[in-house]
Design a protein. Structure first.
Length: 261
């Protein structure tokens, strides 16, 4: 069987920045084992698979090298890029059915805007076990549906943070977001998910469903700019819409090819 594959740098306005995602269009779903093996072989933070469903919509799934996940922003943006730019999708908005419900992506010039549900977070106690995740104590910790979010005092702390990846991997959640106010953007972040095969994710769209409502409240504004401070880096525009969040970014094609399965 031959399967098309595209690799797209998401949340990137030029090649070799942002977060690379693999995108594989399918005629029908393959077995979960085959999907996971492909994602493991790709060895990127995420591989997105999609099939066409009713009413010219699509069904999307995402796999890390180790597991299927409930929500992924950068691979959804990459999939929309492939559909809009390479597979001649001719409407303004793409609708995806997913494990997190209906997700849409709108294209306006060279911006792709994800519309995702906001995360539900609660403030939790700063325990000694959680403090051991990093080399500095946070000022607040929150727990969302999939991730912890550690809040720190300033951008320099985020830049200099050393994660204890072995310790982070012991927790049953997906990963940990660290964040602070930004110097040139409203807020900055980094993201670590070693238990899912991602030591540090370059740009994490789904984490901004947690970050946006938090910083919207802290800064008293609905529209925010954000930067993820990974080695590759990525810029995002975020907008809070009650129980939804819009996350916007650019994308760039790196590769198109074919998998033999």
């Amino acid at each position: 069987m031959k399967i098309p594959i595209y690799i797209v740098d998401a949340f990137a306005d030029k090649l070799f920045t942002g977060n690379p995602a693999a995108v594989c269009p399918l005629e029908n779903w393959l077995s979960d084992i085959t999907l996971q093996n492909i994602a493991s072989e790709n060895n990127l933070a995420e591989t997105a698979f999609f099939i066409k469903s009713e009413n010219n919509n699509y069904h999307i799934r995402w796999f890390t090298p180790k597991a299927e996940v409930d929500l992924c922003g950068h691979a959804t943006l990459a999939t929309a890029f492939v559909l809009f730019e390479l597979l001649n999708y001719n409407k303004e908005i793409i609708s995806f059915q997913s494990r997190s419900g209906i997700l849409t992506v709108e294209k306006l010039k060279n911006w792709f805007t994800l519309n995702f549900p906001t995360d539900k977070i609660e403030k939790i106690e700063i325990t000694n076990e959680l403090i051991q995740c990093f080399n500095k104590k946070p000022i607040e910790i929150y727990k969302g549906l999939a991730d912890f979010m550690f809040v720190f005092s300033n951008q320099k702390e985020i830049e200099k943070m050393n994660p204890n990846l072995d310790h982070i991997a012991k927790f049953k959640n997906r990963g940990i977001i660290i964040t602070s106010k930004g110097n040139e953007t409203d807020f900055v972040s980094r993201y670590f998910a070693p238990a899912y095969g991602i030591n540090e994710d370059p740009v994490t769209g789904s984490a901004h469903t947690t970050l946006t409502p938090y910083w919207s409240k802290q800064l008293n504004k609905k529209e925010l700019t954000a930067k993820q401070l990974s080695e590759r880096g990525g810029f995002l525009k975020c907008k809070l819409l009650n129980d939804r969040v819009e996350i916007s970014g650019h994308a760039t094609l790196y590769l198109k090819g074919e998998i033999s399965v």
